[in-house]
Design a binder for this molecule. Structure first.
Ligand code: 6PG
Length: 240
C-alpha cells in the first residue's frame, strides 16, 4: 500500500488522471484493452474532466477502453445522484467512446435483478474466475465505506457473489456494489480522498486497528493499492 499526499484537490485530480492514462496505455499495449471501474461520489469529478480534455484525452486509447462502475445508486440515470450521470457529464459524453464499451450498473428498476445481470456481464467480460480490472477508482466515505460497501450491512463481508445490492437502514434508495473479492482482484486500486472532513476517517483507516471499516478490506493480492490524498485530508500527521 502506498499513500501519496498531493498539494490540493487539483493536484490530486491531475495525478489520478495521469495514472489513469498511463495505466490505460500500458494495459492496451500489454493486453489489448483497459478495463476500468469508475468511482461514484463527487471526488473523482475533476479527474474525469481532466481525462476528457487535451492532453490526456488524446493520450488515452479510448477505443480499447471498457468502462464499468464500482457501484451505483439505484436512481434514474438522469438523477443528480447517479454515478453514471456524474461520469457521463464529466467524461463519457465528451468522448468518442463506443456505447458498447460503456457498462453502467443501471439498477433503478429491480436492484436484485440488476445485480445478477451485472455479475453475468462481468463473468462474460473477463476470463473464468473473478474479473480482474486493470484499474478500480474508489472514494472514501466519512463512515469508512468505499464503493457501496456500507458499514453495518452484509455487503462488505460478501465473498461469493461479485455484485450485491445494498440498502442502508433508512436509506431512500438501494445501491449496487462490486464486492471485496472483485476489488482485491484488481491490478491497481486508487482511492481518492480529498477534504478536511475525511482527515479523521483516513487516519483511522490507515493508522487505526484493522477490521473496523470496509475500506480497510482493500488489499489487492498481486495488485497495487494507492491512497491518493490531498493535504486537507492528510492533515498534519501524514505530512511528517
Ligand atoms: C458512492 C460512491 C462512494 C463515494 C464516497 C465518497 O456511490 O457513494 O461510490 O463510495 O466514493 O462516498 O464520496 P465523495 O467523493 O462525494 O466524498
Amino acid at each position: 500500500m502506498t499513500v501519496r499526499v498531493c498539494a490540493d484537490y487539483e493536484a490530486l485530480s491531475r495525478n489520478a488522471a495521469e495514472l489513469f492514462a498511463a495505466g490505460a496505455c500500458h494495459a492496451v499495449a500489454e493486453r489489448g484493452r483497459f478495463c476500468v471501474a469508475l468511482s461514484g461520489g463527487s471526488t473523482p469529478q475533476r479527474c474525469y474532466q481532466l481525462l476528457a480534455a487535451p492532453p490526456l484525452r488524446d493520450l488515452v486509447p479510448w477505443p480499447q477502453v471498457e468502462v464499468f462502475w464500482g457501484d451505483e445508486r439505484c436512481v434514474p440515470e438522469n438523477d443528480p445522484r447517479s454515478n453514471l450521470r456524474l461520469a457521463r457529464e464529466a467524461l463519457l459524453d465528451r468522448l468518442p467512446q463506443p456505447p458498447g464499451q460503456i457498462h453502467p450498473m443501471s439498477c433503478a428498476g429491480d436492484p436484485a435483478a440488476a445485480a445478477g445481470a451485472y455479475q453475468a456481464l462481468l463473468q462474460s467480460a473477463f476470463d473464468p474466475g473473478e474479473p480482474c480490472f486493470d484499474l478500480i477508482l474508489l472514494g472514501l466515505g466519512t463512515d469508512g465505506h468505499t464503493a457501496s460497501l456500507l458499514p453495518g450491512t452484509p455487503a462488505p463481508l460478501e465473498t461469493n457473489r461479485l455484485v450485491v445490492t445494498v440498502r442502508a437502514p433508512g436509506a431512500e434508495f438501494s445501491r449496487l456494489t462490486l464486492t471485496v473479492p472483485v476489488l482485491n482482484q484488481a491490478r491497481q486500486i486508487i482511492v481518492l480522498v480529498s477534504g478536511r472532513e475525511k482527515t479523521t476517517i483516513l487516519h483511522q483507516i490507515l493508522d487505526g486497528p484493522p477490521g473496523r471499516y470496509p475500506a480497510q478490506l482493500l488489499a489487492p493480492g498481486d495488485g497495487q493499492l494507492l491512497w491518493l490524498v490531498d493535504r486537507a485530508a492528510a492533515g498534519d500527521d501524514l505530512l511528517r
